[in-house]
Design a protein around this ligand. Sequence first.
Ligand SMILES: Cc1cc2nc3c(=O)[nH]c(=O)nc-3n(C[C@H](O)[C@H](O)[C@H](O)COP(=O)(O)OP(=O)(O)OC[C@H]3O[C@@H](n4cnc5c(N)ncnc54)[C@H](O)[C@@H]3O)c2cc1C
Length: 390
Amino acid sequence: MFKINSYSEIDIIRKTLQDFGERFIEPLSSIIDKENRYPREIVREMGRYGFLAPTIPEEYNGGGLDLKSGVIVLEELAKYSGSIALISEVQGFLIAETLYRYGSRDIKENILPKIASGEVIGSFALSEPCCGSDAAAIETYAERSGDHWFINGVKTWITQGLYADYYLLFARVGSKKERHKNIALFLVKKDECIKTSPIEVMGFRGTGTAEVVLNNCSVDSDSLMAPPGEGFKIAMEVLNIGRVAISALGVGLAERSLAEAYRFLRDRKAFDKTIIEFQYIQFLLSDLYTLLETSRALVYKAAETISKEDVKEKIPLIAAVTKNFVAPTAVYIVGEALRLLGGYGYSKESVVERIYRDVKLLEIGEGTNEVQKMVISKHLLNKGLQKIFS
Ligand SMILES: Cc1cc2nc3c(=O)[nH]c(=O)nc-3n(C[C@H](O)[C@H](O)[C@H](O)COP(=O)(O)OP(=O)(O)OC[C@H]3O[C@@H](n4cnc5c(N)ncnc54)[C@H](O)[C@@H]3O)c2cc1C
């Protein structure tokens, strides 16, 4: 839909998203949160604009953007609703990207365009009650019988799990001792053998977080998207993109919070002055803004790095570094913005109260802060500091 090659074109896409946000998202963002309502009408509208799967080529109903421009879409959406941005992040950057990069011709021609347009909904089903950080320990089991697989297991915390028509499902085909080596990837269509139940979460409400139980689901051999071993590798590769994409949400959420605080402090009076006149407040805003711009620069650099095929081995590192910095930074900025709004910030009427609940997920989903540090330290120890910094 858009081809973004220069800064002025990025400005155009930002403006288009701002118009879209004001028109379609802002009127519903509080309702999505308060009523825990899945915004299907906006999902379809995002699909029409190419915002649901911004980085997928237009021939498959995507936005046709490069990764940097794609994360800018998420950043802008997050300013209006974290939930809407998370839906685009999961549907576009986890599901659509996996189907596009690793799917068969049939999947690309018949399922990907429906995912990118929002006609059907997808979920990325990796985490289980036993294990999230230690994803190589998952217990969902797939057993082959003739040209079919029978899958049993429980997935949890699955975003859009309540409404999904398709699940990208990671399951092992042998002993748990083999860890990642026998984890395969299946594309499983919603069926009666799959039962879902909602999980009430504090933020990103209306995104259909669910437990997904598979009870002897029979799927044909075409449902196997990646064989044992390859499945886990794909999960990790896609999560590298996800970690940068979800960091872009952090930038958008933090920017909106700062803007809310700034507007409030500019009008609010204390001790015969507007609060923004106090130098302490000006310095605090300066520091928060510096952290915001540092986060934004890191996200863009990571997106550009991932797009370069020749630096493949650096991708897990830059993705983990980005999330390790941006997630806690965004949580800090939003917390400070809420505090600067005084009692109003703590009120259910405040947008920043909602963002405060949303942003906390960034330190948990798609790898906790500790998991990012594990990835970074593994690279530092394996590759040697000298090699990394040369
Ligand atoms: C709202 C929401 C949406 C989600 N959406 C999805 C989704 O769509 N698909 C999906 O597959 N998953 C999803 N998740 C799951 C998410 O990815 C996991 O919650 C996350 O990976 C952490 O796993 P866990 O909850 O099992 O925590 P655990 O792995 O049990 O970790 C608990 C704590 O221990 C720490 N820890 C673990 N190991 C170590 C270690 N070696 N050293 C130091 N500290 C350690 C962790 O950092 C964490 O702080 C979602 C979660 C939430 C809350």
